[in-house]
Design a protein around this ligand. Sequence first.
Ligand SMILES: C[S@@+](CC[C@H](N)C(=O)[O-])C[C@H]1O[C@@H](n2cnc3c(N)ncnc32)[C@H](O)[C@@H]1O
Length: 258
Amino acid sequence: MKFLGEIRGQWRKWGSRLGVNSSPPILPVRQAYDLWAASYGKDSNPVLDLESKGLGQMLPDMQALAVLDLGCGKGRVSRLALKGGAKMVVGLDFSMPMLRGASSKLFSATHYLVSGDALHLPFKPLSFDGVIATLMMGHLGNLRAVLAGIAAVVRPGGFLLISDFHPYATLRGWDRSFVDEKTGQEYAIEQHVHLFEHYLANLVKLGFELQKLQEPLYEGFPVVFLLRARKQPEKQAESFEESEDPSTARKAVRLGEG
Ligand SMILES: C[S@@+](CC[C@H](N)C(=O)[O-])C[C@H]1O[C@@H](n2cnc3c(N)ncnc32)[C@H](O)[C@@H]1O
């Protein structure tokens, strides 16, 4: 089975050769998830299956930890954290319809949902033992700002686990798109490419050390990645030689600000 986004990407390439514009309209992130929430999570695909499998292998022991699920959507990862023994899980998202989806599925007294923006975290410094941010970093243009916010709320020794679509797949033309159930209209969602170089440079500067990196392949190509880092007990400001962000970008893809 082909990943839908690839088929769509291919279709668009053919369309543009024929002079036909077959690209769907691009929606801003929050608007897209507000609309997608009604049907989000109903379909599975092999790429998401790969991500879920990787997640199972990368999650640390969360027994008695306080965990922030950043961009929690309908709470898929919050549920994993609660199952893994976390003593408190906070799910934050800026889409109310997605949060409503999460609230209908979670039954624990130690689970909290917060409506907020990942770029302006409403938490006290060092509030969490770990942060998990799955399938959402590519929606944020300013990688440095979101990682700095995360670093501020994780205690020394705490973990950060990120998963997302692989930058290679995004640059290859795979987009994040969905079909609005009500109208049948397809939309692409605003997304940005963050290279590993920029993840690494920012994480090192913020005092994290890389623990694990996975790039599962689908039909021979890296389609998702999972990265786990640990905030060093003594935060050390280090330098890492980072090149300038390249500035080419597809229409639906912006290169992040690093
Ligand atoms: C693809 S969904 C992933 C949901 C969940 N993390 C999972 O893996 O099942 C991306 C989620 O990130 C949220 N999101 C994107 N940008 C955000 C931001 N700046 N602040 C808060 N939430 C954000 C969206 O609203 C959406 O619910």
